[in-house]
Design a protein around this ligand. Structure first.
Ligand SMILES: C[S@@+](CC[C@H](N)C(=O)[O-])C[C@H]1O[C@@H](n2cnc3c(N)ncnc32)[C@H](O)[C@@H]1O
Length: 196
């Protein structure tokens, strides 16, 4: 799988190309966590968000489809006693209904064939009143790194802008979404909503 193959260089490219936006986005997402939270992270990748979330929550389950990515997250999160790292498909989660207080799915919603199914799964496993946080790169057509990833086989299914990202949630009937665009070479738009 593409993501497993590039797991060893992902951080290098991300930090060199988009370090500022990534630092701002991961700090912002971490700031939404509280000490009692039981958190699910889908598509954790190399653990860029996991390492910021873990110290702030009760426990974190970090999941991804790609074994290579999971190995990176497991290595980085070894020092935390509260992180479980395991395989998982965001469109077919293996957790019972209402398991988590919060879910994070960063930079993956543009990759899946059926994003509605992914969002429905997040809503199913997060408790009513819990928080769902979906940071997604926008305008990646302007990004050299994203274009290189895509040509190499990342397989982006859709391309978000600030406007069509808002519409994406409206079309799913999800109101009251708060958006926060974090600046950098490749901006990241963080969508946050309360599970209804
Ligand atoms: C662009 S990377 C983002 C990784 C991390 N969230 C970040 O922002 O650094 C996309 C990740 O999504 C994962 N992925 C792709 N499709 C997935 C799916 N259906 N379920 C879970 N993870 C998936 C890939 O393996 C990869 O690790």
């Amino acid at each position: 799988m593409f993501w497993s193959k590039i797991a060893g260089v992902y951080d290098l490219v991300e930090n060199a190309y988009n370090g500022k936006a990534n630092a701002r986005t991961t700090d912002y997402v971490a700031s939404l966590m509280t000490g009692d939270d039981k958190v699910l992270e889908c598509a954790c990748g190399t653990g860029m968000f996991s390492v910021k979330i873990a110290p702030r929550v009760k426990d974190l389950t970090a999941t991804d489809l790609a074994e290579g990515m999971l190995r990176q997250t497991a290595r980085k999160c070894k020092a935390f006693g509260n992180v479980r790292v395991e395989p998982g498909d965001i469109t077919e989660l293996r957790f019972a209904d209402d398991t988590f207080d919060k879910a994070v799915a960063a930079n993956v919603i543009h990759l899946v064939d059926d994003p509605k199914k992914a969002i429905d799964e997040l809503k199913r496993v997060v408790k009513p009143g819990g928080m769902i946080i979906i940071p997604t790169y926008i305008h990646f057509d302007r990004s050299i790194a994203a274009n290189v990833f895509n040509k190499a086989g990342a397989g982006f299914k859709r391309h978000f802008t600030e406007e069509n990202y808002k519409k994406f949630f409206e079309d799913l009937g999800i109101d009251d979404v708060k958006f926060n665009v974090l600046d950098g070479r490749m901006q990241c738009d963080v969508a946050v909503f309360t599970n209804g």
